[in-house]
Design a protein. Structure first.
Length: 277
């Protein structure tokens, strides 16, 4: 087998919904890289949310912010942020609507004034929906380095996530920010828990293209691992798409292969299945 380029989503794919990183996944990635394959995480997280235990696996770089940030080795290949004016508009609109939120930047995750207390139930519900016991989860266990009490007017934002009081909050955000990409997560349609606002016309698939061009690799040599709808552009782009069994129905339906759940050594078993290790 020639050298491959492997893209792995983080939340729900590399780690479970309680942020636990299986030892078997670490072992698989290290063995694959020792075999000459390149491994990048491809995540909605900003760099500040990629904690040291993930970097300690050994990675060739990352795609962050669902495509707005690309790093290969120590080199930043691409980074597009929300403008300072649009960032202020988002913060002011969310405050006016009484919606709690957090700002996602490579320098940190910045919480709104009441995000910790309002977000507790939402984070627990998100964990429950993923088939885990969310009763012991807190905002600080999910976001261990979240920053509280900081200035919320910033010029370095990759995206903004906000708690939905109702699905109508998402629909209103779509109208309010026509020049940005507005989405939801934590459920489909009216069951969504969060909305998010980010840079328009960028997704994981387009970022994969840019990264491959930078490193001189071919799309025919790519694998994508994911668990959710946000990973679909990455699956559409890469030669092989692998969904974890603990993922959503949409992504599993379009996957070339469905591996075991995150906690059942899904990453390791898929790497072995495809001869990467």
């Amino acid at each position: 087998m020639g050298n491959k380029v492997i893209f792995i989503d983080v939340d729900g794919t590399l780690v479970n919904y309680e942020n636990v990183l299986p030892d078997s996944a670490v072992d698989a990635i290290r063995k694959a890289r020792s075999n000459g394959h390149k491994v990048y995480i491809c995540t909605g997280r900003s760099e500040a949310e990629v904690y040291q235990n993930i970097w300690d696996i050994g990675l060739d770089g990352m795609i962050g912010g669902n495509g707005t940030y690309i790093k290969s080795g120590d080199e930043v290949v691409f980074h597009q942020v929300i403008s300072k004016e649009e960032s202020k508009h988002i913060v002011d609109w969310l405050h006016a609507k009484g919606l709690e939120f957090y700002l996602e930047s490579n320098s940190g995750l910045y919480a709104s004034e009441h995000f910790e207390e309002v977000g507790l139930q939402t984070i627990q519900e998100y964990t429950n929906r993923k088939g885990r016991d969310g009763s012991q989860v807190t905002v600080r266990t999910i976001f261990p380095e979240m920053i509280f009490g900081a200035d919320l007017y910033r010029d370095d934002l990759n995206k903004v996530s906000f708690i939905l009081k109702s699905y109508n909050d998402y629909l209103e955000a779509v109208k309010e920010f026509p020049n940005l990409k507005v989405g939801t997560w934590g459920g489909a349609g009216e069951t969504a828990l969060f909305g998010d606002v980010g840079v328009k016309s960028i997704d994981k698939g387009k970022a994969v293209d840019m990264l491959l061009e930078h490193i001189g690799a071919s799309i025919e040599d790519t694998f994508a691992f994911g668990d959710a709808k946000i990973d679909i552009p990455m699956f559409e782009k890469c030669a092989v798409g692998v969904a974890v069994a603990s993922g959503g129905d949409e992504i599993k339906a379009m996957a070339d292969y469905v591996t075991d759940a995150v906690d059942d050594d899904g990453i390791y078993n898929a790497f072995k299945h495809f001869g990467l290790i």
